[in-house]
Design a protein around this ligand. Structure first.
Ligand code: IDP
Ligand code: MG
Length: 135
């Protein structure tokens, strides 16, 4: 089986959309391996998003992702699970996210786009180890 990291970001938990997002993953037949509601620390956010450290929005991104609890999950499917989840999420900018995707149905702004999903097998392994070192 193949695993990826999924995060319902603070805006998703605040808006009561965590259940909807988990439901979509489960209805797809992706299985929850781990799930924890936690407030991501500044240190963990900076490590997780290190690839964006030089971008102008980095400070806002870290402030956003740490402002209230996120639902952090490991999700398992038969293969290329990260790619299935990314398609279900929709484009990073909700203005470009297809109808039917999570961002295309429920989000309007790139800054608050509800959900994170690892973008490759390598990112999935790195991010799972970062958030769930016991796995
Ligand atoms: P992804 O979440 O679809 O993988 P990334 O490019 O990895 O998108 O960006 C990480 C997160 O940073 C996005 O989900 C979004 O919350 C935020 N972000 C990305 N680009 C911008 C931007 O241009 N302005 C503000 N926030 C951004
Ligand atoms: Mg990304």
């Amino acid at each position: 089986m193949d695993r990826t990291l999924v995060i319902v970001k603070p805006d998703g938990v605040e808006r009561g959309l965590a259940g909807e997002i988990v439901s979509r993953l489960e209805r797809r037949n992706l299985r929850l391996v781990a799930a924890e509601l936690r407030t991501i620390t500044k240190e963990l956010a900076e490590t997780h998003y290190a690839e964006h450290a030089e971008r102008p929005f980095f400070g806002d991104l870290v402030a956003f992702i740490t402002r209230s609890p996120s639902l952090v999950m490991v999700v398992e499917g038969p293969r290329d699970t990260f790619a299935m989840v990314r398609l279900m999420m929709g484009a990073t900018n909700p203005a470009e996210a297809a109808p039917g995707t999570i961002r295309g149905e429920y989000a309007t702004q790139t800054t608050e786009n509800l959900v994170h999903g690892s973008d490759s097998h390598e990112s999935a392994a790195r991010e799972i180890a970062l958030f769930f070192p016991e796995l």
